[in-house]
Design a protein around this ligand. Structure first.
Ligand code: ADP
Ligand code: MG
Length: 487
C-alpha cells in the first residue's frame, strides 16, 4: 500500500478492476461466425450477430468450457446453473438493442488471485465474479469526415468479464494484478492476453479515503469513478494516479465526488468525464427468453479441473524447490509458459540448473530484448544453449569465453562445440603451459612479486596478466593455484 500525501493529510487509493478478456475460440458466443483479428470489416458476421429478426442464438460449448477453465484457474466457485440476461441499451454498433450478458447468476462466483509485487511481497486479491457476455461491434469515426461506419466483426464475440473486489491499493498493485491475470489466462489458453489488439482491456474503478497510518483502519470506502476501456498496463497506472490526485484535490477543497464514468486521454495523461454513472435498473436486465438457463454437468467440470495445466504459482514454487532458483528468478521464468518450457529444456541434463536460469534470464533474454527480438527469432535453441553450458560445466571453456561463444551463436546459429573447436577457444588447464607463463611473469616483474608477498591483492594483477597472455583461455582455478604456490 502506498499513501498519497495531500495538503490536509494522507490518502489511500482504493481500486477495483473489471477486466474484459476475449475468449480464445474460433467461433462467437452464440453464432458460428469467425473471430480472427484483422479481417476485412463485416466479413465475419452471421445473421444472428447482425440481429436479423427471427434469428436465434445457440450457445457455443467451447466458450463455456473456456469460462469454466478460467474460473478453475482463478480458484473460483463454478456455478452449475447460470442465466443469460439481456442488458438493454441503444448504440449504433449494437444492432439488437441489447447485449446478452449474465447479471444475477454468473457462470463463475468468488475466487482469488495471488499478486506478486516488485518488492518481493505478494498479496491476495479477491475475485467477485466472472461472467460471459457478447462483445459489441465497432463504430469507425475516422474514415470519412461526415459519416460513421459500423464494423460488426466483433459483434457477438465471447468475452469473460472478470470483476475484482476493491482490494487493490495503488497503481503498482493494479498493474501487477493485471499482469498476473494475463499470465494465468495465457497459461490456460483461454485468452491470448493481447492488449494492443484489445483482447484484454480493463475498466478501472477508483476512489480515495483518508488514512492516517498504514495498518490503521481507514474511513469507509469513498465514492468511486469508473475509467472505461484501458488497453495497456501503462495507461491503467497513469489513469489511476491521475484520478486519485483529482479526487483528493476535490475533497480537500471541501467538494464531493460524483459517481461517474470517465475516459482516459493518453495524450494528456488525464481522465475526463464521459457520462454520469448508469445504474443497473437503467439497463432493464431480464433473462433472455431465447436462451435456457445454462446447466453444467458436475462430472464435466471435474474433468476440466483435473486437466488444468500447472499454473504460474505452482511452477514458480517447483522451480525454487527442484532447481534451487531464487524466488525472483523463478517468478521471472514462470510468468510465461513458453519461457518456462524454454528454461526447463535448457536445464535438462545440466548439473547446475541455477546457472542455466541465470543464462536464460540475463544472457538469452537480455540479448533478445536488446535486439528487440522474440524467442522465435533467435537462432539459439534451448538445446544449443544447453550445449554451451555443458562446455562450461566440463571445464572446456570458462564462463568468460562462453559469452563470446554465445555472441557468435547468436549471430550465426552455430553450435557451441563447433565454434570453440574452430576458433581454438578451449580453456587451458594444462598446468605445465600455465606454469611457464607464470614463471616468465615472475622473472619479468620483480617489483610486483615483492609487493604480492605483503599485499595478497597484488596477486590479482598476476591473474590478469596470465589471462591477457592466454587471451582469457586459462582456467582461472588452475592459475590461482599455481600463483599461490609460486608467489
Ligand atoms: P458496476 O457493474 O456498476 O460497475 P460493480 O458492483 O460490479 O458495479 O463494481 C464494479 C467494480 O467497482 C468492482 O471491481 C469493485 O471492486 C469496484 N468498486 C466497488 N466499490 C468501489 C470503491 N468504493 N472504490 C473503488 N472501487 C470500487
Ligand atoms: Mg462497471
Amino acid at each position: 500500500m502506498t499513501l498519497i500525501e495531500g495538503r490536509t493529510g494522507a490518502w489511500e487509493t482504493v481500486i477495483g478492476l473489471e477486466v474484459h478478456a476475449q475468449v480464445m475460440s474460433d467461433a462467437k458466443l452464440f453464432s458460428g461466425a469467425a473471430t480472427a483479428f484483422g479481417a476485412e470489416p463485416n466479413t465475419q458476421v452471421s445473421l444472428v450477430d447482425a440481429a436479423f429478426p427471427g434469428m436465434l442464438p445457440v450457445i457455443n460449448r467451447r466458450c463455456v468450457e473456456q469460462a469454466v477453465r478460467t474460473g478453475l484457474g482463478l480458484n473460483a466457485k463454478i456455478n452449475l446453473r447460470s442465466v443469460f440476461d439481456r442488458k438493454n441499451y441503444f448504440y449504433p454498433d449494437l444492432p439488437a438493442g441489447y447485449q446478452i450478458s449474465q447479471y444475477k447468476d454468473p457462470i463463475v462466483g468468488e475466487g482469488e488471485v495471488t499478486v506478486d509485487l516488485d518488492d518481493g511481497t505478494s498479496r491476495t486479491v479477491r475475485i467477485e465474479r466472472l461472467h460471459l457476455e457478447q462483445d459489441a461491434g465497432k463504430s469507425v469515426h475516422d474514415m470519412d469526415p461526415k459519416r460513421t461506419f459500423v464494423d460488426l466483426n466483433r459483434a457477438g464475440v465471447a468475452l469473460m468479464e472478470i470483476v475484482s473486489k476493491p482490494d487493490l491499493r495503488s497503481a503498482d498493485e493494479a498493474g501487477a494484478y493485471l499482469a498476473k491475470l494475463r499470465s494465468i489466462l495465457r497459461y490456460l489458453g483461454t485468452c491470448d492476453g493481447n492488449m494492443e489488439q484489445g483482447s484484454l482491456r480493463a475498466d478501472v474503478n477508483v476512489s480515495v479515503r483518508r488514512r492516517v497510518k498504514e495498518g490503521q483502519p481507514g474511513e469507509p470506502l469513498g465514492t468511486r469513478c469508473e475509467i472505461k476501456n484501458l488497453n495497456s498496463i501503462r495507461f491503467i497506472r497513469q489513469a489511476i494516479e491521475h484520478e486519485a490526485r483529482r479526487q483528493i484535490e476535490i475533497l480537500e477543497d471541501g467538494g464531493t465526488i460524483e459517481q461517474e464514468t470517465r475516459l482516459f486521454d493518453p495524450s494528456r495523461g488525464e481522465t475526463r468525464a464521459m457520462r454520469s454513472k448508469e445504474e443497473a435498473h437503467d439497463y432493464r436486465y431480464f433473462p433472455d427468453p431465447d436462451l435456457l438457463p445454462l446447466e453444467l454437468d458436475p462430472d464435466w467440470v471435474e474433468e476440466m479441473r483435473a486437466g488444468l495445466p500447472e499454473l504460474p504459482d505452482a511452477k514458480r514454487a517447483r522451480f525454487v524447490a527442484d532447481y534451487g532458483l531464487s524466488a525472483g528468478d523463478a517468478a521471472t521464468l514462470a510468468a510465461d509458459r513458453e519461457d518456462a518450457d524454454f528454461f526447463e529444456a535448457v536445464a535438462a541434463g545440466r548439473n547446475d540448473p541455477k546457472q542455466a536460469g541465470n543464462w536464460v534470464i540475463n544472457e538469452f533474454y537480455g540479448r533478445l530484448n536488446k535486439a528487440g527480438q522474440r524467442r522465435a527469432d533467435s537462432p539459439v535453441t534451448a538445446e544449443k544453449l544447453s550445449g554451451l553450458l555443458a562446455l562450461i560445466e566440463s571445464g572446456e571453456i570458462s564462463g568468460r569465453i562462453a559469452k563470446d561463444v554465445f555472441d557468435e551463436m547468436f549471430e550465426t546459429g552455430g553450435d557451441a562445440a563447433a565454434i570453440v573447436e574452430a576458433k581454438g577457444l578451449k580453456q587451458i588447464s594444462d598446468t605445465g603451459a600455465i606454469e611457464e607463463i607464470v614463471d616468465r611473469l615472475i622473472a619479468e616483474n620483480p617489483k610486483q612479486v615483492a609487493q604480492a608477498k605483503e599485499q595478497p591483492k597484488v596477486a590479482g594483477w598476476f591473474v590478469g596478466q596470465v589471462m591477457k597472455a592466454t587471451k582469457g583461455q586459462a582456467n582461472p582455478a588452475v592459475v590461482n593455484e599455481i600463483l599461490k604456490k609460486k608467489l
